[in-house]
Write a new protein. Sequence first.
Length: 155
Amino acid sequence: MLATDLAPGMLAVAKQRIKAANVHFQEQDCQEPSFPDSTFDAVFMSLVIHFTDPRRTVAEMRRILKPGGLLIIANGDPTVLGGMDRFRWLMRGFYYGLTRHRTKPPKGITKNLMSERQLCELLVKFNFKIQSTETFHNDSRSYNMPIEYIKAEKI
């Protein structure tokens, strides 16, 4: 199993948390992965699509997936949060990015936010078949953003 991230700080956190012997860690840019075409049976992306050019990222995920391969995306959509809750979410992200992961959030972090519907439409444009969507809510704090999981098959 391979776990990748562009940020060395995030890879360090993952290495600390994941102790399984069969997981290998590698610095990679999901918009320019170095893997050959049709390498993977499945790809899981967690809370990353909004840091990228979504069209370019989906195109690359399609390229590196085998035919029939699965793309599973955990997507946060802070646009469902109202005024102050959205502001708190954004400030918390900056704070944790700097203190926990020692990385500054990229410029334009909110520029490519996509709703579940928008992301599903993009996946369909790139010849993915949506298999399922599910949204999880953590209501312990009003500023906790719902996380949408989208499972799509490369057709």
